[in-house]
Design a protein around this ligand. Structure first.
Ligand code: RNT
Ligand code: ZN
Length: 430
């Protein structure tokens, strides 16, 4: 028996004593696929070769070795998946289409432009999720897309939405697992609007046009993503939370909850059981806002723990698509995926190991002392031993061992991507 396994056995006994089945927790965690956001790999640059990132999105940092094309991005993702226990998905974006050097505008994208992604996903057992890209484009430069006052520009973006829906459905069909197609638009205003109503009416018309064609739920799920504010849309966001909650509810769509898209004291964990009272499926963009929607890498903090507890305690995992959404260019970008995904999984595992049955029982009996005591004691139970064993079972590195492996990848692969720096000319002594 390996030291990891014997530590697990001891932990398992400890959990059994409080009525928790650690093996069952591991089995459940193995079934949770997390959708890694491709855009962490290249700072949301994409392959269109266009202008700078904007429309409310910002990436800071200049860590060397950023992926510059599909092959490099896939190689980096392969490395990340290798270091994460379990089988996971990929969260793609329209601007990662591979058009073989040809300029194909967003309204003309077809499934063939994603065939390299689909083939790679099939070969490696990954599901794919998609996102139409409503930013970093000349037609989004005014800060408006689907709610634009110009009917022509609106139509361009509706056509993009339709194209991406077709692509998502084909992707889901090809991979045998539904592709979640998530619509986020930057539309909003920096300063106080004179008219808050008309853009929202236009957005409803545009969305209804995009979703007009019925699609098979076996292949595609349509999701919509609300937001409180963005850089340049501080005063007004057309697709607010209230707006999309109503839209998703009335149109039977998947509601996307991004942890960075609410007031700093508002947490999405608290919303889970409310939205599931009326909505069938939720997409999560697990992220970490620091003072604002800063998209820091997810860590194992109280916010993510609450989110995981709510998913587990409400038995909502089967109706929840878990995606990541962060972009940090100040650290190794592959490490960002590994840390964010492993931390999300750790939160889920801890939630699965909580003595929930006993806590609920105490709550119903009005014994809040016991409830508080059990929750606090659970925090120092040997969940780390269960996590290590899960990693070992899944053939993933245990503990920080993954970092050593990634450093080798960095030295061998990422470093080679940097153009050699010209040596400064020696100062000439006068
Ligand atoms: C922006 C949204 C959106 C994006 C991605 C790149 O605030 O969170 O999900 O981060 O589409
Ligand atoms: Zn998001």
């Amino acid at each position: 028996m390996s030291p990891i396994e014997s530590a697990f056995k001891a932990a398992q006994d400890r959990y059994a004593a409080i009525g928790v089945d650690a093996s069952a927790a591991i089995a459940k965690l193995a079934g949770v696929a997390i959708s890694l956001n491709c855009w962490q790999g290249d700072d949301v640059a994409g392959f269109e070769g266009g202008g700078a990132l904007g429309d409310g999105l910002a990436v800071t940092g200049s860590y060397p070795g950023k992926a510059r094309n599909g092959d490099e991005l896939r190689a980096d993702l392969d490395e990340a998946y290798r270091l994460i226990p379990g089988r996971h998905r990929l969260n793609l974006h329209a601007l990662y289409a591979e058009c073989g050097g040809e300029h194909v505008d967003r309204d003309a994208l077809e499934t063939k432009h994603f065939s390299r992604w689909i083939d790679w996903a099939k070969a490696n057992g990954h599901g794919i999720d998609q996102n139409p890209t409503y930013f970093s484009h000349p037609h989004s430069s005014s800060g408006f897309t689907l709610a634009h006052q110009d009917a022509g520009i609106r139509q361009f973006w509706v056509d993009h939405g339709i194209a991406m829906r077709n692509i998502a459905a084909d992707t889901g069909r090809a991979l045998g697992t539904p592709c979640v197609n998530n619509v986020w638009i930057p539309d909003g205003l920096k300063d106080l609007p004179a008219d808050r109503k008309a853009p929202r009416q236009r957005l409803t018309e545009s969305l209804d046009a995009i979703f007009a064609e019925p699609k098979d739920a076996k292949h595609i799920r349509d999701a919509v993503e609300p937001k409180l504010f963005g850089i340049g849309s501080e005063s007004y966001v057309v697709g607010s939370y209230d707006y999309y909650l109503g839209y998703a509810l009335s149109r039977k769509k998947v509601l996307c909850l991004d942890s960075g898209h609410f007031h700093p004291t508002e947490v999405i964990g608290d919303k889970i059981s409310s939205v599931f009272a009326f909505i069938d499926e939720v997409l999560l963009h697990v992220s970490r806002g620091v003072r604002w929607d800063s998209d820091h890498v997810v860590i194992l903090n109280d916010e993510i723990l609450l989110l995981a507890q709510e998913l587990v305690r409400g038995d909502f995992l089967g109706q929840t698509h878990i995606g990541l959404d962060f972009f940090d260019a100040s650290i190794n970008r592959v490490a960002a995926w590994v840390i964010g995904t492993r931390s999300t999984q750790k939160a889920l595992l801890r939630a699965l190991l909580d003595p929930v049955a006993r806590m609920k029982e105490a709550e119903l009996a009005g014994d809040y002392t016991t409830r508080l005591c059990l929750g606090e004691e659970a925090k120092s139970l040997p969940w780390g031993a269960v996590w290590d064993y899960f990693c070992e079972l899944q053939g993933a590195p245990v503990g920080e061992a993954w970092l050593g492996e990634l450093k080798k990848y960095e030295q061998k692969i990422l470093a080679a991507r940097e153009a050699p720096v010209a040596k400064p000319r020696a100062a000439v002594a006068k």
